[in-house]
Design a protein around this ligand. Structure first.
Ligand SMILES: NC(=O)c1ccc[n+]([C@@H]2O[C@H](COP(=O)([O-])OP(=O)(O)OC[C@H]3O[C@@H](n4cnc5c(N)ncnc54)[C@H](O)[C@@H]3O)[C@@H](O)[C@H]2O)c1
Length: 250
């Protein structure tokens, strides 16, 4: 599957990330179908995408989107409970809970349902991508890739594209270009067995562990750690959410 052939984006799992990815690609001009497991979850995602604080309608109010464009974008999104709603998608982006066995099982099931040639992408926060795609068929392995978005997807530009030794160059190129089509700044990451967190979460995790060690040793308070990181390194949310007692102007 080449990037130019991608017209329909499937999302496996609504929720926080799936809803944001669905909205991003509907606004970017793609047909989008979201599969979740029950009506309640679907209703929640539909509300977030259409009416929520960062949803499409609020985009019109905030002057980010023309009214007509918003109507078209909303008409592009559909929802369903059956895996079969994803059958004719050109790419399926998975955003179900962060449980490795669940992801492996659902991807294996999906492999028999979605058309041959479609790309499978996982938005896992950090599982080894080859492990997530372990149980898909040999034909699907070159089409398996990681696409790790950041929350909230509609506003955060970061996207890690993670490739395994088996991911084809066409798949990598398609994931990168699709990321860019959704307004993302793409960082390439090589799948690294034995690790968790790709690039962003590994670096943040290391810094967080150090910040916590400093606080636990009584060297500085959470407020002072946050204050230093916000004012000295421009890390807007720092670590402990205290904002260091300083105002939003920082
Ligand atoms: N929330 C974040 O900040 C964030 C950021 C980056 C990546 N991630 C990753 O994205 C993934 C989803 O996280 P989230 O925060 O959006 O979770 P969430 O709980 O908000 O959403 C998960 C959705 O998946 C649905 N689901 C469960 N099993 C399913 C199945 N078999 N088929 C289809 N849908 C199913 C649930 O009903 C739910 O709506 C996780 O792997 C997480 O690590 C999360």
């Amino acid at each position: 599957m080449k990037f130019e052939e991608i017209k329909k984006v499937g999302i496996l799992g609504g929720g926080i990330m799936g809803g944001g990815i669905a909205q991003t690609y509907a606004v970017a001009g793609y047909d989008v179908v979201v599969r979740d497991i029950n009506q309640e979850a679907i209703d929640k995602t539909r509300y977030a995408v259409f009416d929520g604080k960062w949803g499409i309608k609020r985009g019109v109010e905030r002057g980010k989107l023309a009214f007509d464009d918003a109507l078209v974008a909303m008409s592009r999104v559909s929802f369903g409970e059956q895996l079969s709603v994803l059958a004719d998608c050109d790419i399926v982006i998975e955003a179900i809970p962060e449980k490795l066995e669940l992801k492996q099982q659902v991807f294996a099931e999906l492999d028999g349902v979605v058309k041959p040639g479609a790309i499978f992408a996982s938005n896992t926060s950090g599982f080894v991508i080859a492990e997530v795609g372990r149980d898909v068929s040999a034909a699907r392995k070159p089409l398996f890739v990681g696409m790790h978005f950041s929350n909230p997807v509609t506003t955060m530009r970061m996207l890690e594209v993670i490739y395994t030794p088996e991911t084809s160059q066409d798949t990598i190129d398609a994931a990168v270009k699709l990321g860019e089509a959704g307004g993302k700044a793409v960082s390439m990451v090589k799948d690294a067995p034995g690790t968790y967190g790709f690039l962003l979460n590994r670096i943040f995790g290391a810094a967080y562990r150090e910040a916590k060690a400093i606080v636990d040793a009584g060297i500085a308070t959470p407020e002072d750690v946050d204050k230093a990181m916000i004012t000295g390194r421009n890390w807007p949310s720092a670590f402990f959410g205290s904002r260091g007692g300083i105002g939003k102007e920082w």
